[in-house]
Design a binder for this molecule. Structure first.
Ligand SMILES: C[S@@+](CC[C@H](N)C(=O)[O-])C[C@H]1O[C@@H](n2cnc3c(N)ncnc32)[C@H](O)[C@@H]1O
Length: 208
């Protein structure tokens, strides 16, 4: 699933990259998009994650011998209501069209943190900016919270939280969520649609 999700993210980034001049990666972890072909674009890159993860990322990037002068690392906890201050006090320019990439992160946050983050992005993004994100089915989160993945989550001190009920009419559920967050749903691809209890997740784009 992670491989197909990343391919969908790549497609959406490609769709919006022509208009954007900034890419902000929320919960960047070891995401390497800023160090691949996109590094040759005109975009400026910002990576946001928790302080310990950012330290480990910088070390990993340096060990790998990757050029990183074009990447701005911001230490922030997306669970804190004012995390966006770290971004707006950097060289991030709110007047430039931006792609916010939010891959594999919302499931670890509370619904309040996801909604606050969307509101913060809307408040500090130029018209035409998009957030490309994945959102998970509540049923899927329950399943992986009990299985072998539960041990991995325990080992990494992570827990699963926000999900949507995709068991019936997932497109409407997603669209209602977007409307309630004051963003416009502009693309959605559901993964696991053949599953009888509904898709596992969606990779979507919201215009801010
Ligand atoms: C599964 S990883 C995904 C990393 C990367 N986006 C990718 O797709 O390869 C989840 C990332 O979210 C980050 N994360 C989770 N909760 C966070 C929070 N409250 N604030 C900032 N980052 C967070 C983790 O540190 C981790 O890097």
């Amino acid at each position: 699933m992670v491989f197909s999700r990343s391919a969908r993210f790549d497609e959406l980034i490609e769709d919006y990259a022509g208009a954007a001049t900034q890419l902000v990666v929320l919960g960047a972890g070891l995401d390497t998009r800023a160090y691949g072909p996109l590094a040759n674009s005109d975009m400026t890159f910002f990576e946001i994650d928790r302080v310990d993860v950012q330290r480990a990322k910088r070390k990993a990037v340096s060990r790998a011998g990757l050029a990183a002068n074009h990447v701005h690392y911001i230490e922030a906890d997306l669970g804190e209501a004012d995390w966006v201050l770290g971004l707006v006090s950097s060289t991030y320019d709110p007047t430039k069209i931006t792609i916010f990439l939010w891959e594999g992160v919302t499931l670890y946050l509370t619904e309040a943190a996801v909604r606050t983050t969307l509101a913060s992005l809307r408040a500090h993004a130029a018209p035409g900016s998009v957030v490309v994100l994945d959102l998970y089915a509540q049923g899927f989160l329950k399943t992986i919270g009990r299985g072998a993945a539960a041990a991995a989550l325990k080992a990494t001190n992570e827990s699963l939280d926000f999900g949507l009920d995709f068991s019936t009419d997932p497109h409407r559920v997603l669209s209602d969520f977007a409307t309630s967050a004051n963003v416009q749903l502009v693309a959605a691809h559901f993964i696991g649609s053949a599953n009888r209890s509904g898709p596992y997740m969606t990779v979507a784009a919201f215009r801010l």
